[in-house]
Design a protein around this ligand. Structure first.
Ligand code: JCQ
Length: 260
């Protein structure tokens, strides 16, 4: 018997600790917390303010629209927490957070998130106290809280023991570089729309090959860029051929020579 693993600790610095706290206490993550697998700690950026308005932002030097998060409340909150490192700022200018990053962070000793707000964070905090910046995508949010919750959920579900074996297959499929095949449940006929015959055939080998072919078609249709980075294997070509889908997939894969 092995020792129970140490909980993955994630400290979150935010002006909305109750939103992140509510999220982390619910459902899958809440259960993982109760079971000692996850240790999410929300840190209120206003906790160390001393003025009546509990001010955390101020106008930018040099002028311009909006407000900037001030260094003193942030750094005081960070120093009081002694958070697990690395500390990542969440913002649209960061390195893209993807499944690979989620996997790395889930296997790390812990990390922390600083939720940016307003027009940004005083650059001296970024330079002196943050270890990197993460972005969940190319759009601008009002604040980093939603991005922090995305990171917590994507990472938390990968911590060993948080999810049953059922869900780990989804992760495996993403590692394979393909999208998921379509899923069906009862009834076999829903308003005249039938579940594909192969799934009711009981032929598990053929079912696995059909699913593989469907994953390839879906990826070719929705994410051709993923297939450009992962050429078709002989097994891919074989299953696509079996279900007469090889030509369709080939026409959807971008030709690397016709780029730029
Ligand atoms: C995160 N993709 C978008 C908004 C400034 C650090 O400064 C700022 C942070 C935010 C909040 O985060 C995002 C975001 N990933 O908008 C403005």
């Amino acid at each position: 018997m092995s020792e129970p693993a140490e909980a993955l600790r994630i400290d979150v610095f935010t002006i909305f600790p109750e939103i992140v706290e509510g999220f982390a206490s619910q459902s899958l993550l809440g259960k993982a917390r109760e079971r000692g697998l996850l240790d999410v700690r929300t840190r209120d950026l206003r906790a160390h303010t001393t003025d009546v308005h509990r001010t955390v932002d101020d106008a930018p030097f040099g002028g311009g629209a909006g407000m900037v998060l001030m260094p003193d409340p942030l750094v005081t909150a960070i120093e009081a927490a002694d958070p697990p490192r690395p500390l990542f700022l969440l913002g649209p200018g960061g390195r893209r957070f993807d499944q690979e990053t989620a996997r790395e962070l889930s296997a790390s000793g812990g990390f922390s998130l600083l939720c940016g707000r307003y027009e940004g964070v005083d650059q001296r905090v970024v330079d002196g106290w943050c270890d990197g910046e993460l972005s969940i995508g190319d759009y601008v949010l009002a604040g980093g809280e939603v991005a922090a919750m995305v990171v917590i959920e994507a990472v938390g579900r990968l911590v060993p023991g948080v999810m049953g074996n059922a869900e780990s297959s989804t992760e495996e499929s993403f590692s394979s570089g393909l999208l998921e095949y379509p899923q069906y449940t009862r009834p076999a006929d829903f308003r005249g729309r039938e579940v594909p015959e192969v799934l009711r055939s009981g032929d598990h080998g053929r079912i696995a090959r059909w699913r593989h072919a469907q994953s390839l078609v879906r990826t070719a249709v929705s994410r051709p860029d993923m297939l450009a980075a992962r050429p078709l294997t002989p097994e891919d070509e074989s299953v696509l051929g079996e279900f007469h889908l090889l030509a369709q997939v080939r026409t959807l894969i971008p030709d690397p020579d016709t780029h730029r």
